[in-house]
Design a protein around this ligand. Structure first.
Ligand SMILES: *[C@@H]1O[C@H](CO)[C@@H](O)[C@H](O)[C@H]1NC(C)=O
Ligand SMILES: *[C@@H]1O[C@H](CO)[C@@H](O)[C@H](O)[C@H]1NC(C)=O
Ligand SMILES: *[C@@H]1O[C@H](CO)[C@@H](O)[C@H](O)[C@H]1NC(C)=O
Ligand SMILES: [Fe+2]
Length: 438
């Protein structure tokens, strides 16, 4: 417990608002699981909390933190372990939140990189060697998707299961550290996820636990989130780290911001309209969207919280033939049919809630009854999802429940692309459900 002692954390719990702990609804949760504090065990000049994210077609942003203010923002890398042919100098920054001052937060964008290739790299000219693999240049591509991660024993179990089977890109629809203004918990989270986030690109969007607004002093919030988890928003024409889009192989991925303005006169709405218009389905036959607060949800938790955003933006996604929409926020798994405006619609996206990463609040155990015909599978268990896109017409979605030892596939469907408008009107063959209770 080198850096984070228990005392300041408990102390901070008392002085900062804890929106997450208030029981605004009457939904039932499991008792909380043990928080895992991941201590700082390297020297002050060595990198910690290393993570990578995609930038453009063939670049990667490497992000890390040092306690040492003088540490260099350099990334050395190459295709052979220990041999670094290339070098990029990045930038460093830091932020302050009340009496907490962050370490130096370094970012360097490296590349161009070859596709489907392992690179070895070192940050700041010293410390351990890391390695990542770039996404492939053609199908298949596999995404791991899981929200509401937190840093508990459940989180550790989810990540262990994720690490057991290869994948290309990690997508997180909001609620990362559950620091909730206790800044040392952001550092602890960065260290907990480093073994995963330094190996594969992690692409995130914000949840309510990233807000960290404090009236008058930090009125805009997202100080820690935006500084620690910079995403390639400028590359997609967005003005905010809270919403952006990017492409990986033949997939256009839209990361929406539930906690940025989304009404029809907002910047986010304007940006989304332009972004959707730019999609070339010949190049990216698949379009998926991530957002924190679900637009469809039959759990008793967080009812209606995504409704205003749905009303504002659903039509845009529908008209653009978005294939799938993933959300977090509700701590359970739920998969819907193809929907538009609360009705089954074979041209609408499939909606999935995957907010069951393992945060400290526990599961949202109560679903509403009677069940909605729109909701095809729902279960309050921790786990993670995998979207494996096989080719331009077929993908497989699976949900892997955390059982004691193994990640069990508890739900699995085949999905066909919606890219050809005239072909999306027959629902009977757009979904073949293979629910497996193993
Ligand atoms: C990526 O590389 C692996 C071997 O390193 C190979 O088996 C696989 O087919 C490649 N994938 C693509 C899409 O090129
Ligand atoms: C895509 O994959 C599916 C499932 O494996 C297969 O049936 C289909 O023929 C493939 N389509 C193309 C164009 O390769
Ligand atoms: C998926 O895309 C292919 C090729 O672009 C097209 O032929 C097919 O009809 C599409 N499938 C659906 C369900 O839209
Ligand atoms: Fe949330």
């Amino acid at each position: 417990m080198a850096k984070c002692t228990t005392f300041p954390i408990l102390f901070l719990f008392l002085i900062f608002p804890q929106p997450s702990l208030s029981q605004e609804n009457n939904f039932v949760r499991q008792p909380a699981s043990q928080l895992i504090i991941t201590p700082h065990q390297r020297s002050n000049s060595e990198p910690q909390q290393v993570h990578v994210s995609l930038v453009g077609k063939d670049k990667m942003r490497v992000s890390w933190i040092t306690e040492d203010k003088e540490a260099k923002s350099v990334v050395e890398y190459g295709k052979k372990s220990g041999v670094y042919d290339e070098k990029t100098i990045g930038e460093k920054t830091s932020y302050q939140y009340f009496f907490y001052k962050s370490g130096k937060i370094h970012n360097a964008v490296i590349g161009p990189l070859e596709a489907n290739t392992s690179y070895f790299y070192r940050c700041g000219g010293l410390g351990p060697e890391f390695s990542f693999k770039t996404p492939p240049s053609k199908f298949p591509i596999e995404f791991v998707i899981v929200g509401d991660l937190g840093q508990t024993e459940w989180t550790a179990s989810t990540l262990k299961h994720v690490g057991k089977k290869d994948y290309d890109v990690f997508l997180l629809p909001g609620d990362l550290s559950y620091a909730d203004s206790q800044q040392p918990l952001w550092d602890s989270f960065g260290r907990l996820v480093e073994p995963y986030a330094s190996k594969r690109p992690w692409m995130v969007t914000e949840g309510n636990h990233e807000i960290e607004i404090f009236p008058f002093i930090y009125p805009k919030g997202f100080e820690a989130y935006n500084t620690r988890w910079p995403m390639p928003f400028k590359e997609s024409g967005s003005n905010s780290n809270l919403y952006y889009s990017f492409e990986a192989v033949g997939v256009h991925i839209i990361m929406l911001g539930s906690y940025a303005d989304f009404n029809v006169d907002s910047e986010q709405y304007e940006w989304l309209k332009l972004d959707l218009a730019k999609i070339d389905r010949a190049k990216t036959p698949w379009v998926i969207t991530l957002v924190h607060a679900p637009w469809y949800n039959t759990n008793e938790a967080h009812q209606g919280e995504g409704e205003a955003m749905r009303e504002a933006m659903e039509e845009l996604l529908y008209n653009a033939r978005v294939d799938l929409v993933f959300a977090g926020h509700v701590h359970a798994y739920e998969r819907f049919t193809r929907i538009y405006d609360n009705k089954v619609d074979s041209c609408g996206p499939i909606y999935v809630t995957i907010g069951d990463g393992g945060n400290r609040e526990g599961l949202a155990l109560k679903f509403k009854s009677p069940p909605s015909p729109l909701s095809l599978f729902r279960e309050p268990s921790f786990g993670h999802g995998r979207l494996r896109i096989l080719n331009e017409t077929h993908a497989e979605w699976s949900w892997h429940r955390n059982n004691d030892k193994d990640a069990v596939i508890a739900d699995r469907i085949w999905i066909e692309n919606l890219s050809k408008v005239q072909d999306c009107c027959d629902i009977s063959n757009s979904q073949q459900v293979v629910n497996e209770e193993l």
